[in-house]
Structures are given as structure tokens and as C-alpha cells.
Design a protein around this ligand. Structure first.
Ligand code: HPA
Length: 269
């Protein structure tokens, strides 16, 4: 795999119009941030050697090189989810390539179901830590250099970046929650009992992404900052139906606030 990572990085390096140190994974909730990026080059994933091939129609995805608030960035518009059938190595391949290209900081976002009873739909949550409840760890298998075999995860989400985000949110009068993000394999949303169980485990929000990328970023020594949009609530005594459409709608509404925080965050690193 290491050879493939090197090969893809080399291919991109020969085409990159800039040399970003910052990367952004534009998950649910950060689509609008893509519009704020001054684009220098967009490459569909299908054209990038060794990149996972998307199987879902209308979910093609592309890699963007450009500037956000005057800062050079690389952004993934669309990510690979484990539930789609990709292996963990495929899901995290782009992060490995980012490291080879010189990325030092990674910004991630997602939509998540709130399990913290104090949360409301539309809340923004700064991810302070995670629980990997996916069936596999992306580092399973031969160790990929230069990361250690047994990487530390005591600060998977940079405390320094969390403090900066708090300052930015306060400056703009944007209310943010803090919490632990638990990742499941999906694609099912949780049963009421599962939501309750996750809450007892210490999770504040549940989703189906992000954790693999964050583990690999930490393995590579890339600093991470992440945010979730709370799009639905589970684990209360009254079971509530969750639909993909509702999740999209709730995420849409608070997108501009998350985009504002992320845009300013990029300027601070
Ligand atoms: N559970 C899992 N993933 C999700 C949820 C949820 O409630 N909401 C958005 N993504």
C-alpha cells in the first residue's frame, strides 16, 4: 500500500498549483464551505490514480486545491464511507496521501445524532474525543511508515485548535457544544436502545464517518480539528424516526455557521 500512496502523492504533486499545509474533509454540513474556496484546480476522484472509485451515483467527489480566506488549502469534496463497502484502507487512503503531500492540519466535519440530552437539533458540536465503535481499526495490518505501531490517541483532537475554535465561536456569537463522537459502521441509524447505550458509554453524538480518517491522521502526526452538526436526537424516552432527508435539512440550516468557524480556523494554523 505504501507504494500506492507514494505513487498517488507523486502524481498529485506534479499537478498541484499550490503547496497547502491544511486539508479539509467537506462532510455533511460543510458543502457550503466548498463554495467559499477560491478554486485553482479540481480533480475528480475517478481521475486520481489509486483513489477509491465511487460506486454511488451523484456522489462522485473531487479533490480541490485552492485558497480559503487567503490560505492555501486542499479539500475533499465527498468522502468514502465504510458502509459503502470500502475497506478501511480505502476510506483512509486520501489522508495517507495528504501526509505525503505535506499536510500538517486536518479539518473534518460530519452530521451526527445527538445522544446528550442537553443537545438540540441544529446544535454545532466541537469534537473533543471519539469512540471507535466501527468493526475495524484502519491501522489493522502491517504498519505504514512513518507512524508508530501503537500510536498514542490521548489528544486525537488538538486541544490547541479546540481553544481557538471556542474563541472564534464566541467572537461571532455562535453557540457551540463540546462532545465525544462515536462512530458506528452504519448504515442503519440507531435503535432507541443503542442510542441510550452509547450515551451511557460516554458518547454525546453518533455518526458513521470521521473516526477512521482521524485515527490515520494521528498516526501520521497530522493535527485534527473536527465538528459535528447535530441533525437528530436519539436515546430519549420517546423514540423518534430519523431519515436521511431530515439529517440533510438540519445540516443545511446551520452550515453557514460551521463554515464561518472553519474558514477562520484555517487562518489560525
Ligand atoms: N446516527 C448515526 N449517524 C448519523 C445520525 C445518527 O443519528 N445522524 C446523522 N448521522
Amino acid at each position: 500500500m505504501y507504494e500506492k500512496i507514494k505513487e498517488t502523492a507523486e502524481w498529485l504533486r506534479n499537478r498541484m498549483p499550490n503547496a497547502p499545509k491544511t486539508a479539509i474533509v467537506l462532510g455533511t454540513g460543510l458543502g457550503q464551505l466548498a463554495e467559499r474556496i477560491e478554486k485553482l484546480l479540481c480533480i475528480p476522484y475517478s481521475e486520481i490514480p489509486n483513489f477509491p472509485v465511487s460506486t454511488v451515483e451523484g456522489h462522485a467527489g473531487q479533490l480541490i486545491f485552492g485558497r480559503l480566506g487567503g490560505v492555501d488549502v486542499m479539500a475533499m469534496e465527498g468522502r468514502f464511507h465504510y458502509y459503502e463497502g470500502y475497506t478501511m484502507q480505502q476510506v483512509t487512503f486520501p489522508v495517507r496521501v495528504m501526509y505525503e503531500l505535506g499536510i500538517k492540519t486536518l479539518f473534518v466535519s460530519n452530521a451526527a445524532g445527538g445522544t446528550n440530552p442537553g443537545f438540540k437539533i441544529g446544535d454545532l458540536m466541537i469534537i473533543t474525543d471519539h469512540i471507535n465503535y466501527m468493526p475495524e481499526n484502519p491501522l489493522h495490518g502491517p504498519n505504514v511508515p512513518p507512524g508508530p505501531r501503537f500510536p498514542d490517541m490521548s489528544e486525537a483532537y488538538s486541544l490547541d485548535l479546540i481553544a481557538k475554535a471556542d474563541e472564534i465561536a464566541a467572537k461571532h456569537g455562535i453557540k457551540v457544544q463540546h462532545g465525544v463522537y462515536l462512530a458506528t459502521q452504519g448504515p442503519t441509524f440507531e435503535t432507541p436502545s443503542e442510542y441510550r447505550m452509547f450515551a451511557r458509554w460516554g458518547a454525546d453524538a453518533v455518526g458513521m464517518s470521521t473516526v477512521p480518517e482521524v485515527i490515520v491522521a494521528n498516526h501520521c502526526g497530522i493535527k485534527v480539528f473536527g465538528m459535528s452538526i447535530i441533525t437528530d436526537l436519539g436515546g430519549t424516552d420517546i423514540p423518534e424516526k430519523v431519515t436521511h432527508e431530515e439529517v440533510q435539512k438540519a445540516a443545511q440550516a446551520v452550515q453557514p455557521l460551521m463554515a464561518t468557524i472553519m474558514e477562520e480556523m484555517v487562518k489560525t494554523v
